[in-house]
Design a protein around this ligand. Structure first.
Ligand SMILES: Cc1cc2nc3c(=O)[nH]c(=O)nc-3n(C[C@H](O)[C@H](O)[C@H](O)COP(=O)(O)O)c2cc1C
Length: 210
């Protein structure tokens, strides 16, 4: 199973990437493959802007990362009581890449509420992507106090909350992943179809002699 993480924060001095890379490390420890879409490192053009405005080359690789993912985590800062514009711009670039995928939300803030408005609004948007929002979200208040330069934290509460969030997320993601695998394995093979129809692929069709 593969999980993509989208970091919805690109400003100089940003904090939200810290929880993203912390979560990525924990996913690796749980033997989950990851792909991080860090929009500071690989930005996207403003959706619908004239081609040639820059960063178009990043659209395809991001689309591939999202397509290959079985589940997705969105990390958003709280900006003016909502999620970030850069994250919404990213969501608008893609459509089929999100379909029928479980999506977890992590909200961040420097204040005490941990991006509660941003994350709740984002869960609503996930419905319009044709995806499944995880009911549980991870809120990260006072994020600027929590992580060291290696994106580790000693904060016991954050360690516990992150672990619980990932338990819920991976339970949901695994359930949908298994369902997809089951559907794949139930697809009839060409051999079983020909056997059922009692025809051989190697036998040329006999011409009817009148
Ligand atoms: C444009 C802007 C608007 C913000 N609005 C809010 C807000 O409404 N509520 C809040 O708790 N924090 C707000 N913040 C603080 C961010 O939540 C804080 O910077 C936090 O570290 C997450 O964002 P970051 O990844 O950009 O650092 C705002 C920050 C910016 C840059």
């Amino acid at each position: 199973m593969k999980v993509a993480l989208i970091i919805g924060s690109i400003r100089t001095g940003r904090q939200s990437h810290k929880i993203a890379y912390y979560v990525e490390n924990i996913l690796h420890m749980r033997n989950i493959e990851t792909a991080v879409i860090d929009l500071l490192k690989q930005p996207l053009p403003v959706y619908g802007a004239l081609l040639g405005s820059g960063s178009e080359e990043n659209i395809k690789p991001h689309a591939e990362r999202l397509s290959e993912a079985d589940a997705i985590i969105l990390i958003t800062p709280e900006y003016h009581g909502s999620f970030s514009g850069v994250l919404k711009n990213t969501l608008d670039h893609f459509w089929s890449e999100f379909q029928k995928k479980p999506i977890g939300v992590i909200g961040t803030s420097m204040g005490k509420l941990g991006g509660i408005n941003a994350s709740t609004q984002l869960q609503h948007v996930i419905l319009s992507l044709g995806a499944y929002p995880l009911p549980v979200k991870l809120l990260v208040p006072e994020i600027h106090l929590l992580f060291d330069e290696s994106f580790n934290t000693q904060n016991e509460n954050m360690i516990k909350l992150t672990s619980r969030f990932l338990d819920e997320f991976l339970w949901f993601a695994e359930a949908v992943y298994q369902k997809k695998l089951l559907k794949e394995s139930n697809k009839p093979s060409l051999t079983s179809i020909t056997t059922a129809l009692n025809i051989s692929l190697n036998t040329p069709t006999k011409k009817k002699i009148l």
